[in-house]
Write a protein that binds this ligand. Structure first.
Ligand SMILES: CSC[C@H]1O[C@H](OP(=O)(O)O)[C@H](O)[C@@H]1O
Length: 391
């Protein structure tokens, strides 16, 4: 079974998302029938992952448009789409993919509406076709990221099998398929270069223990789950013996200088990687790079409700049997304690050794800075890595 976070039937105009609050014990697909359904699915984190939320948002509006002919007027349909895209972007603030997709789709509908002979139907079709194409493009981008990132890590190791650490979930459950950082791990495994993958549980949503571990077990990739707090001890005690060569993570927004917003806990992984001489690689499609944001200081960090940290959800332990058909939440914190629950943190560019996108790996130049315009201007045809691997 291929793990699919998003199920879209373009002909029938039907969209379903795999409810990730239920994984790994329950596989439940929720229908998304409108932009409002899409907004709530993203806000609730029933679907999550920077690329996936952009795609689900776009497709949620496509299924709404598919339901009924809104108007024969191209201008009216374009105005409706632009308004709905503005609404969808408010669901989660940190991942730039959503805003990037909205900007591109707005351009699609405005161009379609200004074409000669444009009608409401031609604008609707232009939007729906562009939204559906995002599913295809994302998988192709991720496979290319996997190719470049795995080659870079193999080059760094100078041959032989390598082990890597990853954080959060950046696989098929966070994208349209294959994944970004987890796509790099999949490619290392496919190349026969992976000795072992270590995934962190990634409190408080537990993307690692519930989602990444689920994907790694599903793909039969040799892997071990650790708590977030074990990462430094792992590098210290097992770094050499396990040939841990890199920590590879995803991204929600990469600023123009390379500062990267990603799941909370990423920053401290970068610190410990640098301390232990392990490479730190960010893996993300170019839709995650935001040249209009100068540095990480300008990135809005989403704060989630405190109860998402203090209330853990899981199957009912009935005696010695796990009743996975039932879910319950348990409060694991002292009543009355205040909670700070940022969903992301920012890793400064100086702690990042490479940023791999679908067009290759960008490393810092002689000035010690990233020049991401190189990646943004590169075209996909005849993909040439911008640079691979340190000597
Ligand atoms: C390829 S997913 C990128 C990114 O999104 C995740 O955040 P969330 O689970 O809150 O949507 C995580 O930060 C991943 O690294």
């Amino acid at each position: 079974m291929v793990l699919k976070a998003i199920r879209f039937d373009a002909e029938g105009g039907a969209l379903q998302i795999l409810n990730q609050l239920k994984l790994p014990h329950q596989t439940q697909y929720d229908d998304v029938k409108s932009a409002e359904d899409g907004w709530h699915a993203i806000k609730d984190m029933r679907t999550r992952g920077a690329p996936a939320i952009a795609i689900v948002a776009a497709l949620s509006l496509a299924v709404e448009l598919h339901k009924e002919t809104l108007s024969d007027s191209a201008t009216d349909v374009a105005a409706f789409v632009v308004e709905k895209l503005k609404y969808l972007v408010t669901s989660r603030p940190t991942a730039v993919n959503l805003a990037d997709a909205a900007r591109k789709l707005e351009r699609v509908v405005l161009n379609a509406a200004s074409a000669s002979g444009a009608t409401g139907q031609t604008v609707e079709k232009a939007y729906c076709d562009a939204a559906a194409q995002m599913l295809v493009d994302d998988v192709a981008d991720n496979e290319a990221i996997g190719q470049h990132g795995s080659q870079w890590i193999a080059n760094v190791a100078g041959g032989g099998k390598v082990s890597v650490v990853t954080h959060c979930n950046t696989g098929s459950l966070a994208t349209a398929g294959y994944g970004t950082a987890l796509g790099v791990i999949r490619s290392l495994h496919k190349m026969g270069n992976l000795q072992h993958a270590f995934c962190t549980e990634t409190r408080p949503y537990n993307q690692g223990s519930r989602l990444t571990a689920f994907e790694l077990v599903h793909d039969k990739i040799p892997a071990t789950l650790i708590t977030d707090s074990m990462a430094s001890a792992l590098l210290h005690l097992k770094g050499k013996s396990e040939r841990i060569t890199a920590i590879v993570v995803g991204a929600d927004r990469v600023a123009a200088n390379g500062d990267t917003a990603n799941k909370i806990g990423t920053y401290q992984l970068a610190i410990t990687a640098r301390f232990h001489g392990v490479k730190f690689l960010v893996a993300a499609p170019r839709t995650t790079i935001d040249l209009s944001t100068a540095s990480g200081a300008k990135i809005v960090i989403e704060e989630r409700p405190g109860k998402e940290m203090t209330m853990i959800r899981g199957p009912v332990l009935d005696g010695i049997d796990l009743d996975v058909s039932q879910q319950r939440t348990v409060n694991i914190a002292a009543q009355g304690i205040d909670v700070w629950n940022p969903a992301f943190d920012v890793t400064p560019a100086e702690l990042i050794d490479g940023i791999v996108t679908e067009v290759g790996v960008v490393e810092k130049g002689p000035d010690g800075k990233f020049d991401l315009t190189l990646a943004m201007e590169a075209i996909n045809e005849g993909i040439k890595p911008v640079s691979v691997g340190s000597p």
